[in-house]
Design a protein around this ligand. Structure first.
Ligand code: GTP
Ligand code: SPV
Ligand code: MN
Length: 607
């Protein structure tokens, strides 16, 4: 198939516009077949962009430029017609001005390169919840990652062409033309202040310039499935969320589906495929990063699909001990590793994995030995903290059989959570939907290296969507409240969890990982009205002894900190809550203001 053969005017003129502007040497329409995947990977090995690994089988290794290692929130823009519609938490640019700037930036930008056209579906191709997109890119790395992360096929572009099926147009360039006889480099990209990750809600378009990494470049993920999809979801009455989806089965064989929103690098992939440490309980995976939820009119429940087809997971910390199911998924092969370290025997390594190598080549191509330091005397990491694996979801040993069910799975519980060293207890249940929305709206977390801009700073990250909500966050809160008023709705219960509480000496109070299944068990019982609970100032919590702690060692003192309300801590946080809500001005729903008044009264805070 070639662009000149297309019949659909919208599709054809869109493609032709970008081809004429970018002036690539070649145009290739992708079909997503294994042959195409292998061919592009082999080509990348030849150019030095990929190293073929000796293990796992059929796997590749890429190292990015050292300035292009994570999402760049400061260069991410919502280009709504009105600035107010982007809201106080997003960067905004005027859509016409942005497009004019792109006309210059993209001029000849693909010189010396191939322009790839990637037709893809987010979600099982014929699911009523799925949506389709086409990404144009000059990065073969993006093509092969998109083949793992989304459903790429020729059928999609053929059907867009013949049926006029809707699609989200997405344009990407690394921003590094090869002019004259200029040689290519392993990871072409543009400087940080030249990068743009932009979204045009009124036309559902995405344009991304200058980065080849993760969510900046794999445009089906955060740009489409969250920032554009939140806009569509608001119009169409559904939810597009930064959530894992898991299937939880009790020893009696009863099933519940749980979604959980944690900020980037705060434990979604780990919880999605957790191996329970309590006998008889089973967890299976539906998705690890994004959930699209729509009301099913038959049972009144929100039904969730995972719009993705693979996992783009954080490597450091992933081991047979912490997440054996992720390790087995990776070790089945067909995996792309980015910015981890290379071992002497042609494999990969990262911090806190299962082996203790004596020598490595680090993610910046430098020799590395245990304990080695940089010029400032700081211990060097062999893998970048945001190094990742891209691996097919179907290889996960605990993937649930219904993970590709076009109708989605009925959601029983929604968890919110973040990284909080202090104050926030292990688990709290919301009193009702409005209180649950309040918990989501006031979530906070210490920042991680999944974002270029920082690590460690505490910030409010409502619904784990701070960098991903494509419109005014205050209106998004209202949308969540409206979902609660859907006629005939059979709503999930809402919970707030924190696996990351620390003691004064810095140790984690809660063992986390597999032991998080103990909290899932309480949540399961809570949904059935069977959990022993106590009402507190901040919501319901497990009654004394209600959380199954058999077989683990959590000291009485740590248990107390995990399972009681730090009233003074909450009281001290109230001015921050006030400031957080003030940002939204008239867009803050009255129901949430009322919820904050209740919390302030409960913890004894006086304004
Ligand atoms: P994104 O892909 O960026 O959205 O991240 P994610 O939310 O999927 O996070 P992931 O599961 O990859 O975990 C990120 C980091 O948190 C890893 O280094 C994990 O080892 C660590 N982590 C995950 N779960 C736990 C837990 O229960 N306790 C502790 N202490 N650390 C955890
Ligand atoms: C995240 O940052 O939440 C991720 C990685 O899942 S990225 O795809 O880069 O957004
Ligand atoms: Mn994520």
């Amino acid at each position: 198939m070639e662009v000149k053969d297309l019949k659909n005017e919208k599709l054809k003129s869109w493609l032709q516009y970008w081809i004429d502007l970018c002036t690539p040497d070649n145009v290739h329409i992708c079909d997503g077949t294994p042959e195409e995947y292998d061919c592009i990977c082999n080509m990348m090995v030849k150019t030095g962009a990929f190293i073929k690994l000796d293990k796992p089988q059929n796997s590749y290794y890429a190292r990015s430029d050292k300035t292009d290692v994570a999402r760049v929130e400061s260069r991410t823009f919502i280009c709504s017609e009105k600035e107010e519609d982007a809201g106080p938490t997003n960067h905004w640019k005027d859509p016409a001005e942005m497009k004019a700037e792109f006309k210059e930036l993209f001029k000849g930008v693909m010189a010396g390169r191939t322009l790839y056209v990637i037709p893809f579906s987010m979600g099982p191709v014929d699911s009523p919840i799925a949506k389709w997109g086409i990404e144009i890119t000059d990065s073969p790395y993006v093509v092969v990652n998109m083949i793992i992360m989304t459903r790429v096929s020729k059928t999609i572009i053929e059907r867009i062409d013949s049926e006029d099926h809707e699609f989200v147009p997405a344009v990407h360039s690394v921003g590094y033309p090869l002019i004259g006889d200029m040689a290519d480099i392993p990871w072409p990209s543009a400087p940080v202040d030249k990068k743009y990750i932009t979204h045009f809600p009124s036309t559902s378009e995405i344009i991304s310039f200058g980065s080849g990494y993760g969510g900046n470049a794999l445009l089906g993920k955060k740009c489409f499935a969250l920032r554009i999809a939140t806009n569509l979801a608001r119009k169409e009455g559904w939810l597009a969320e930064h959530m894992l989806i898991l299937k939880l089965t009790s020893p009696e064989g009863k099933v519940k589906y749980v979604c959980a929103a944690f900020p980037s690098a705060c434990g979604k992939t780990n919880l999605a495929m957790v191996r329970p440490t309590i006998p008889g309980w089973k967890v299976q995976t539906i998705g690890d990063d994004i959930a699209w939820m729509k009301f099913n009119e038959k049972d009144g429940k929100l039904h969730a699909i995972n719009p993705e087809n693979g996992f783009f997971g954080v490597a450091p910390g992933t081991s047979m001990k912490s997440n054996p199911n992720a390790m087995e998924t990776i070790n089945a092969g067909n995996t792309i590793f980015t910015n981890v370290a290379l071992t002497e025997d042609g494999g990969v390594w990262w911090e806190d994995s299962d082996t203790k190598p004596e020598f490595l080549i680090d993610w910046q191509r430098r020799p590395w030995t245990p304990g080695c330091k940089d010029s400032a005397g700081v211990e060097r990491k062999a893998a970048h903290p945001n190094s990742r694996f891209t691996t097919p979801a179907k290889q996960c040993p605990v993937i649930a059989p219904e993970w590709e069910d076009p109708e989605g799975v009925p959601v029983d519980a929604i968890l919110f959570g973040g990284r909080r060293k202090t104050v926030v207890p292990l688990v709290t249940a919301a009193r009702n939907w409005e209180h649950g929305v309040f918990l989501g709206a006031t979530m906070s977390s210490e920042m991680t290296k999944a974002t270029l801009e920082g690590q460690g700073q505490l910030r409010f990250d409502p619904f784990a969507m701070l960098p991903f909500c494509g419109y005014n966050m205050g209106d998004y809160f209202q949308h969540w409240l409206n979902i609660g008023k859907h006629p005939g709705a059979n709503l999930p219960q809402i919970f707030y969890v924190n696996w990351f509480r620390r003691g004064e000496d810095g140790h984690f109070l809660w063992p986390g990982y597999g032991d998080n299944s103990r909290v899932l068990k309480w949540i399961f019982e809570y949904c059935d009205g069977k959990a022993a609970k106590k009402e507190t100032e901040i919501g319901f919590m497990p009654a004394d002894g209600a959380l199954d702690l058999n077989g683990i060692n959590v000291s009485a003192e740590d248990q107390k900190a995990l399972l009681s309300v730090d009233k003074e801590g909450w009281k001290k946080a109230m001015p921050e809550f006030e400031k957080h809500f003030e940002k939204f001005g008239s867009h803050l729903p009255a129901e949430l203001r009322a919820q904050l008044d209740i919390l302030e009264k409960n913890v004894g805070y006086e304004k």
